[in-house]
Design a protein around this ligand. Structure first.
Ligand code: NAP
Length: 253
C-alpha cells in the first residue's frame, strides 16, 4: 500500500481525491488549511490545519510514511507551496504540483493586470465606482484602502472581522457559478469594475466571461511565482503522474 498526501483546498484536489478514493492500492489523505467553516464533503480521509511550517510538514510526511506528495493547493497559496517543495527536497519524497493554468486574456476582455490585491484596489482610481470584489474573505479587507467605492463582496464564509465600509453589500456563495447567474448579478448591482485573482479553472470563470460580455473592466491580479516543483495542469494528468511516480506492482493490480 502506497501513501499519498494531497495538499488541497481546491476543486481539483477534491476531484483528484474522488478519483483515487476507490484505489485499494493507495492510502490517500487530503490536507486542508482549516479556513473554510463547512468544507465540501471529501471522498478520502481529511486532516485539517497547518503543519507548523516546513519542519512540521517534513515530520508529518516521514511519520506517515508518505510515498508521494501532491501540491494541489490554490495557485495563490504561495507559502504552503514553497513549504511543500522544501519538505519534498529535505525528505527526498517524490512530489508534483497540480496547478490549473491561468486564464488568458481574450480579444474583448478589458483587463488591467496588477501584481497584487493592494495594487488592484488602487487601480480602481479616486472616483467612486461600483465594484464586484471576488477575492475571498482573506483579502477582502484590502478594500479598506478605498472606501469611496460601492462594493459587492462575495465569499464562501463571512469576512472576519466584518468589513467596515460605508457602502458595501456582502453575499455568501460557493462556486461553480454560471454565466447566466453572473450576468444577472453584475447587471442587477450595476457593477462597473471587477477585482479578482487570475485563479484559472472553470468554477469561477463565469464572472470573467460575464464581465467581457458587459464591457466591464477587470482588475486582474497576476499569478505569484510558482514553487520549484514539477507540475501538471489537470486531474487526468495528475492520475497519470501518480502511476508514473508510484507504479502499481503486478501483485496489487
Ligand atoms: P498560504 O498562505 O500558502 O499558507 C499559509 C499557511 O496555511 C501555510 O504555511 C500552512 O500552515 C497552512 N496551509 C495552507 N494550505 C494548507 C493545506 N492545504 N493543508 C494544511 N495547511 C495548509 O495559503 P492561503 O493562501 O492562506 O490558502 C489556504 C488554503 O485555502 C489553501 O489550502 C488553498 O488551497 C486554499 N485556497 C486559497 C485561495 C487563495 O486565493 N489564496 C483561494 C482558494 C482556496 P503551516 O505553515 O502551519 O503548515
Amino acid at each position: 500500500m502506497r501513501s499519498i498526501l494531497i495538499l488541497g483546498g481546491t476543486t481539483e484536489a477534491r476531484a483528484l481525491a474522488a478519483a483515487l478514493a476507490e484505489r485499494a492500492d493507495l492510502d490517500v489523505t487530503l490536507s486542508l488549511a482549516g479556513r473554510t467553516l463547512a468544507p465540501a464533503a471529501m471522498a478520502v480521509p481529511v486532516r485539517s490545519g497547518g503543519f507548523g511550517g516546513v519542519e512540521g510538514l517534513r515530520r508529518w510526511l516521514v511519520e506517515a510514511g508518505t510515498d508521494l506528495l501532491i501540491d494541489a493547493t490554490h495557485p495563490f497559496a504561495g507559502q504552503i507551496s514553497r513549504h511543500a517543495a522544501e519538505a519534498a527536497r529535505l525528505t527526498g519524497i517524490t512530489a508534483f504540483a497540480l496547478c490549473r493554468p491561468p486564464w488568458q486574456r481574450q480579444p474583448d476582455d478589458n483587463w488591467t493586470e496588477v501584481a497584487d490585491v493592494a495594487e488592484a484596489i488602487a487601480a480602481l482610481g479616486p472616483a467612486r465606482r461600483r465594484v464586484f470584489l471576488a477575492l475571498g474573505r482573506q483579502e477582502a479587507h484590502a478594500a479598506d484602502q478605498a472606501p469611496q467605492h460601492h462594493y459587492l463582496v462575495r465569499s464562501v464564509d463571512p469576512v472576519m472581522p466584518p468589513l467596515d465600509l460605508p457602502d458595501c453589500r456582502q453575499i455568501l456563495a460557493r462556486g461553480p457559478f454560471t454565466l447566466a447567474g453572473e450576468l444577472a448579478l453584475l447587471r442587477e448591482a450595476g457593477i462597473d469594475a471587477i477585482v479578482c485573482k487570475n485563479s484559472g479553472g472553470t468554477a469561477t470563470y463565469a464572472k470573467i466571461a460575464a464581465g467581457r460580455e458587459l464591457g466591464i473592466e477587470v482588475m486582474m491580479v497576476r499569478r505569484p511565482p510558482v514553487a520549484n516543483m514539477p507540475a501538471v495542469a489537470t486531474v487526468p494528468e495528475a492520475l497519470a503522474a501518480i502511476d508514473r511516480a508510484i507504479p502499481v506492482s503486478p501483485r496489487e493490480s
